[in-house]
Each structure stands twice: as structure tokens, then as C-alpha cells.
Design a protein around this ligand. Structure first.
Ligand code: 4AD
Ligand code: MG
Length: 437
């Protein structure tokens, strides 16, 4: 089948007879002429079948076609100014590769539950296709930026012996005679070790949290990229984040504009995503929430030391026209490894990056590099220091100030595509209520 031409290259073959393999997305016939719309993953093309120009047998086969059948079409590529790709195919032959009787997804409106139950097929729809392409572009953009900036990728373990982001969201499994193992909530602790070898590193893989929350932004399995850099302080960390995210957004705008348009995304809002991003402190954010929260009490009141919920993050992010850093949260609501602000130890040298109208897509911080302080924090968080021997060791042998962050891929897809629910941001979402298909 190496002679098949893909739809994205058809315009180079005008006037030639080619073979194209794909799936049928749309069928229409008017007596002696039939229109077959074919997609092949690279594009969509209309194929025109005229009864008296093809064998009887071919025309009969076309009449039997159904949606999502796979076919190989033979025909002449013709210029057609009205079509998206600028060409159509005048069919001379057609073979059915795989039939598709009674394809369950029809043009009528299906409920989300039905579509999720048929996720393996839903992925073929125009909208899901666009989202998957943008997701790929985001991931490629992240790697392109980091690789170009001198980072090394290090793959961190998924089966781990202890918690890293709180004990309440651990998935556990039995690990032979060695007791319980947990699915990694983050690769961070391990990239901190690798950072001491390679200076600038990142891990990029699936992470797991037994989140009991049923929201439009939580998955139990999500992908995260986590850069970690030696001799980098809190401010440098924020600069790295805004440079990386801007690079990713600009790459998506360059290469995936048609897909963003299919999804109806406001492109101007994305064009504005360039450094520097505004920065406000947790304290300032708290003031803003108190000032701007509607009188009707729809947004819960917060005291200093309370964590922000989704409604607070949405409210805050909507006050800015680009992503905004909220920095220096109270240390007690953040992870044990975060470096306290030397001038105000009750707050941590950390930041969450909130995307406009949406909320947190990055969490990051400078890390504690002093062994005694880290040990104290481990204990204060009710964790057992013996589980963290190796992690504490990093502070005993050539410890250096260092910082890093984690960007959630699905949250980023959600924001960049402008789709409403995280279940569409990954091919096969895992949530509290769904593990099929
Ligand atoms: O803020 P989090 O928990 O930070 C960490 O895991 C750090 N270890 C990262 C680091 O400093 N290396 O998670 C980071 C990001 C969040 O901002 C969010 O984008 C995403 O991971 N995330 C989730 N995405 C989907 N579903 C969930 N349940 C998520 N939990 C976190
Ligand atoms: Mg966070």
C-alpha cells in the first residue's frame, strides 16, 4: 500500500490518478452521482462518483457504503476552489477494506455518557481529532523548548515506595514481599536526584492521584512535565515557566490554527501569551477575592491560610488577560519540600500559574536544600523520615538551591483548546467514575 497518497499531499498531484485510503465520514447521492467524503487522518476530501463513468459494480458498491467504512479510492485529483484542501477526486475505482455496519455515532446529538462509552470511536470525530492534534503539539512544544534550552529528559519510576504529594490521593498495589507500592503522584523527587547529575532535567510521564473529586478539571491519571534545575531560585523558576508556556502557545498558534478554529477558540487571547506574566502574592490574591467576590455568597469566603478552590481561581484568573502567577502561599497548605521565604517563613517560595478563565495549570517551587529543615518538614507532615532517606541524602552530599515545577498536560490542553471538560483532553480519560474503555 506504499503507493497510497495522503490527503494533505493531494494538491501536489492535480491531474494524476492516485489511490487514497481512509474512512467515510459523509455520504450523499443524487441519482446518477454520489459524493463520498473521505478522511484519512491527514485531511478530508470529497470524492465524486458519476454513474456512467465507473463500472456498474463500482457504483453498486458505493450505494452500499456506510459511515466509517474504510475504503481505498482510485481517481483523478481535480482542482476545486470551493473545497478546503483545494482539490476533489473524480472516482474511477473503489474497494471496501473494512465494512462498518450501523456505526453507533450518528450526526444526531448524543449525550456525553453515550459518547464516553464509545470513546474508542468518538476519537474519530472532527472535534476529537482537532483536540488530539493540539495535544500532540503541546507535548512536542514542551520537549522542543526544554531540549533546546539544555535540559535532559530523565524517566522516573511509576511504582514508588512512598507519597510525594500528600497521602490522601495514593493509589496502592501489593509489591511482592516488599509491602505496598504506590503509583507515582509526581516524578519530582526523582528528578531532584537526577538534577544533581545533569543540572537541568525534566521528566514527562503519567502521574496518578486517587482524587475523589468529580470536577471538570480532575483526572485520576494525568500527564505531567516536571523540569528541575540546579542553582535556580524562585524568581528564575517563574521566568522559566513563562518562557516555556509562551513557546508552547506560540507553536500551537503557528501549527494548529485550523484545529483551534474548529474548536471556536478565541485566538487573540492566545496571541497575548508572552512573557512577562503578571505576578501577585497569595496575600494580594486574597484581597482581590474579597473585593471582587459577588455579594450573593456564591464564592466561599476565605481566611488567611485557606487554600483557593476552583471558584476562587476562576475569579482571580479572569482579572488578567494572560496567565497569572500567584506566589508565596502559606507554607502549611503546600507540599513538605517547599523552601520557606527567608523573610517570612510562614509562606513558601512557590507559585501556581493560573490560566485565564480556568485556573491552575502549573504548580512549582524552590525546594528546601537544608537537610535539618527538610527532615523537620517531613515529620511535621506526618511522614516517616526513613522512607525519605535517599531524598534527605541529596541534602547531605553537595546540596544546592534548586527549583522546578509541574505542568499538567490535560489542564493545558483544556485551556489552550478552550474545551469545557478535562475528559476530552486525553484519549482515554480515567476519572472517579470511568475506567472503560
Ligand atoms: O501542583 P501539583 O500537585 O504539583 C506537583 O505535583 C509538583 N510535584 C510539581 C513540581 O513541582 N515538579 O501538580 C502540578 C500540576 C497542576 O498544576 C495541574 O496542572 C496538574 O499537575 N494536576 C492535575 N491534572 C489533572 N488532574 C489532576 N487530578 C491533577 N492534579 C494536578
Ligand atoms: Mg498544585
Amino acid at each position: 500500500m506504499s503507493d497510497l497518497i495522503t490527503i494533505d499531499h493531494l494538491a501536489d498531484h492535480v491531474g494524476e490518478t492516485v489511490r487514497v485510503g481512509g474512512w467515510i465520514t459523509h455520504l450523499r447521492s443524487k441519482g446518477k452521482i454520489a459524493f463520498v467524503v473521505l478522511r484519512d487522518g491527514t485531511g478530508v476530501v470529497q470524492c465524486v462518483v458519476v454513474k456512467n463513468r465507473v463500472d456498474e459494480e463500482v457504483f453498486a458498491r458505493v450505494a452500499e457504503l456506510t459511515i466509517e467504512a474504510s475504503v481505498i479510492v482510485t481517481g483523478e485529483v481535480k482542482e476545486d476552489a470551493r473545497s478546503a484542501g483545494g482539490v476533489e477526486i473524480g472516482v474511477s475505482g473503489l474497494e471496501i477494506v473494512g465494512a462498518s455496519p450501523e456505526y453507533p455515532i450518528t450526526p444526531k446529538e448524543h449525550g456525553t455518557a453515550f459518547l464516553m462509552e464509545h470513546r474508542e470511536l468518538w476519537l474519530r470525530s472532527r472535534r476529537q481529532h482537532a483536540i488530539l492534534r493540539i495535544r500532540h503539539e503541546i507535548q512536542a512544544g514542551v520537549c522542543e523548548f526544554l531540549d533546546g534550552d539544555g535540559f535532559f529528559r530523565v524517566d522516573t519510576p511509576i511504582l514508588t515506595p512512598c507519597a510525594a504529594e500528600g497521602t490522601s490521593t495514593l493509589f496502592s498495589t501489593e509489591y511482592f514481599d516488599l509491602g505496598e507500592a504506590y503509583l507515582a503522584q509526581t516524578g519530582q523527587l526523582y528528578v531532584e536526584a537526577a538534577m544533581m547529575s545533569l543540572r537541568k532535567v525534566y521528566c514527562f510521564g503519567p502521574t496518578f492521584r486517587a482524587e475523589k473529586s468529580k470536577t471538570r478539571r480532575h483526572l485520576t491519571e494525568f500527564w505531567m512535565v516536571e523540569p528541575e534545575v540546579a542553582f535556580l531560585d524562585h524568581d528564575g523558576n517563574l521566568e522559566l515557566q513563562e518562557r516555556m508556556l509562551s513557546h508552547v502557545v506560540q507553536r500551537v498558534l503557528e501549527r494548529r490554527r485550523p484545529e483551534l478554529e474548529i474548536l471556536g477558540r478565541d485566538l487573540e487571547a492566545l496571541e497575548r501569551v508572552k512573557p512577562p506574566f503578571p505576578r501577585i502574592t497569595y496575600d494580594e490574591a486574597l484581597e482581590l477575592i474579597r473585593e471582587k467576590a459577588p455579594e450573593d455568597g456564591s464564592i466561599p469566603h476565605l481566611e488567611w491560610g485557606d487554600d483557593f478552590g476552583a471558584p476562587h481561581e476562576v475569579l482571580l484568573s479572569e482579572l488578567f488577560d494572560r496567565p497569572v502567577f500567584i506566589e508565596r502561599y502559606p507554607a502549611k497548605i503546600k507540599a513538605f519540600y517547599m523552601q520557606p521565604d527567608p523573610e517570612r517563613p510562614e509562606v513558601a517560595l512557590c507559585a501556581d500559574l493560573l490560566a485565564p478563565g480556568f485556573g491552575e495549570i502549573i504548580g512549582g517551587s524552590q525546594r528546601i536544600h537544608d537537610e535539618a529543615l527538610l527532615r523537620q518538614r517531613v515529620e511535621e507532615h506526618g511522614l516517616d523520615p526513613t522512607d525519605y532517606r535517599w531524598y534527605l541524602d541529596l541534602r547531605r552530599f553537595g546540596s544546592v538551591p534548586h527549583s522546578g515545577f509541574g505542568l499538567g498536560i490535560e489542564r493545558t490542553v483544556l485551556w489552550i483548546t478552550g474545551i469545557a471538560h478535562i475528559r476530552e483532553a486525553i484519549a482515554f480519560p480515567r476519572t472517579l467514575y470511568r475506567i472503560y474503555p
